[in-house]
Design a protein around this ligand. Sequence first.
Ligand SMILES: Nc1ncnc2c1ncn2[C@@H]1O[C@H](COP(=O)(O)OP(=O)(O)OP(=O)(O)O)[C@@H](O)[C@H]1O
Ligand SMILES: Cc1cn([C@H]2C[C@H](O)[C@@H](COP(=O)(O)O)O2)c(=O)[nH]c1=O
Length: 214
Amino acid sequence: MKGTFISFEGPDGAGKTSVINAIYHDMTSRLGYQKVLLTREPGGNRISEQIRDVLFDDQNTNMDARTEALLFAAARRQHIVEDIEPALKAGKVVLSDRYIDSSVAYQGGGRHLGTDDIWELNQFAIHGLLPQLTIYLDIDSELGIQRINQHRSDQVNRLDREKLRFHRDVRASYLVLAQRHKERIVVIDASQPLADVISDTQRAIQHHFKNIYN
Ligand SMILES: Nc1ncnc2c1ncn2[C@@H]1O[C@H](COP(=O)(O)OP(=O)(O)OP(=O)(O)O)[C@@H](O)[C@H]1O
Ligand SMILES: Cc1cn([C@H]2C[C@H](O)[C@@H](COP(=O)(O)O)O2)c(=O)[nH]c1=O
């Protein structure tokens, strides 16, 4: 495929949304790239957004962990087919707020379903499509939760509300993934001031794709 696929990952409150918006703005406004798709998981299209609503419905407290894992994978499949693959075929840069590593970290690690099993489950959904680069924003779990509680109490979702232990397991799983996929995943210290996190991310993208930012 012709395009460039970059995913952004991190525990809740790491700053993914702030960073991905800044990268999108920089690529489209400063560099003048016409072909950039900014998207998110779960979501991106009507069906995936409907699955998102089910996943984050506060009344669904009885959702089984495997059901949750399957729904995230289903939303991902639809996202790939409707949004990511067409954009890549059109030669676009795709910036995705979360992708497969979120499932491995949250459902595999956080929910203790097993990171290898969740990786395998998602192979059926992604059918070989991995990002060329994954920016992993790493943050101490307490600090991530603190940021969410301080700034975004109106938008806190069902998973944000999980206990500290869950968030620590999520982070630990991300760090194992980063070790396993060194060629794809770049770890960025997200406890720094936002401007520094953004410039580290730009540097990582520039280093990985010599044609972007040059
Ligand atoms: N480096 C930073 N330093 C201080 N505050 C930050 C930093 N990055 C983001 N924030 C603030 O933390 C809050 C969460 O940021 P943001 O929504 O970008 O994170 P997120 O990783 O997308 O979270 P979630 O996964 O829960 O959506 C926001 O209010 C944002 O302004
Ligand atoms: C893709 C994906 C996401 N999650 C979790 C991670 C977060 O708690 C929410 C998404 O919220 P955001 O504000 O849009 O980042 O969903 C997950 O558990 N598994 C996944 O595969």
